[in-house]
Ligand binder design. Structure first.
Ligand code: TXA
Ligand code: MG
Length: 326
């Protein structure tokens, strides 16, 4: 009798070895790094060839620039200039944390990292292993989310392994990400503080420190708002957004999965992914990408999702769901 192969084969080397990760990065290698938001696919930002390899591994277009990761404000100031005191104040308040700031690029950062833009996106991630790695390498790490371009971001080492394992030298395993949504991106335009991507730091938290911010969230293919392309964060299966009960009725001939929030129940033949039965938005953020992946891997041929309340992290979750929808 022939037994099916049950053992999952690890392709990329995975572990917690900072010295090893650091050596690889300083030699131009690619290392997946854990952060509090999502896993990143890191390269030495000062090494153009390594940065190029990141774009290639992700199949990411060159017009979509990368965030650089540094261990603290001092090292951010080595590679970028805080062109506005309000940005500095936000860094002081929220770094390390899920906030990316658009700062003026200094010479040492290659144009490839910023897609030729004058501003560079900078953040200090709140993850002990990665902070140790950033101090060890002593160069900024350019790291987009560690997923193929356009797909859902990874929140565990295993997600990275499954999708990019054959293209990465090492995965630094820092466990499951504790926020689960990408960082919030903030910059200054026309002398106004603007949010370019909603993410793991809520608008309310930002505004409690900085006053009113303008939302400049783009959902078109406009390269001025790179990375905010409409069909982003998309699962492979079609996803419909709306009231679950009505959509279920209209699609009763299909195998369905439902992504919902709060106290909900559905018929037994429907696969249900409840982001947070107790209506906790932080829990929902943590579960979102995991459940989008699980829905993709399920038997369903159509995924139905309901929007969450448009408050706190709910805004960023809704943004991702809208981009995932067809
Ligand atoms: O939480 C995060 O931000 C994660 C972790 C790994 O740090 N990173 C992440 O990177 O989400 P990525 O590449 O998937 O998304 C970065 C976003 C993209 O929308 C990109 O267009 C935008 O930041 N971005 C990067 N540099 C920029 C720049 N100079 N000007 C405007 N937008 C920029
Ligand atoms: Mg991404």
């Amino acid at each position: 009798m022939i037994f099916p192969l049950l053992v999952y084969l690890h392709i990329a080397e995975t572990g917690k070895n900072i010295d090893h990760a650091s050596d690889l990065l300083l030699n131009g290698g690619l290392v997946a790094i854990p952060t509090e938001t999502v896993y990143g696919l890191a390269a030495n930002a000062l090494n153009e060839k390594a940065v190029l390899a990141v774009f290639e591994a992700k199949q990411r277009p060159f017009f979509d620039p990368l965030i650089i990761h540094v261990p603290d404000i001092e090292s951010a100031s080595k590679y970028a200039t805080f062109q506005d005191e309000r940005l500095k104040a936000l860094a002081e308040k929220f770094w390390p944390g899920p906030l990316t700031l658009l700062l003026l690029k200094q010479e040492s950062i290659p144009g490839l990292v910023t897609s030729g833009l004058a501003q560079v996106a900078v953040r200090v991630p709140d993850h002990e292993l990665t902070l140790q790695l950033l101090r060890a390498v002593n160069v900024p790490l350019a790291a987009p989310s560690a997923n193929p371009f356009g797909y859902v971001s990874p929140t565990t080492a295993m997600h990275v392994e499954k999708q990019l394992g054959d293209k990465i030298d090492y995965i630094l395993d820092g466990g499951a990400c504790k926020v689960g949504l990408e960082s919030t991106i903030v910059g200054v335009e026309d002398n106004k503080l603007c949010v370019y991507r909603l993410g793991g730091l809520s608008l309310e938290e930002l505004e409690s420190v900085a006053g009113k911010l303008e939302l400049r969230i783009n959902s078109s293919g406009d390269p001025k708002a790179p990375g905010q392309l409409k069909s982003h964060y998309a699962p492979k299966k079609p996803l419909l957004l709306g009231k679950a009960e009505a959509l279920i009725k209209n699609n009763s001939d299909k195998k369905l999965a439902v992504i919902c929030f709060g106290n909900k129940s559905f018929e037994n033949n429907i696969t249900v992914f409840n982001l947070s039965p107790g209506k906790d938005l932080k829990e929902a953020a943590l579960n979102l990408f995991k459940y989008l992946r699980a829905a993709d891997d399920s038997q369903a041929d159509l995924v139905i999702a309901e929007l969450l309340p448009e408050t706190g992290l709910g805004r960023a979750i809704n943004d991702r769901l809208k981009r995932a929808a067809c």
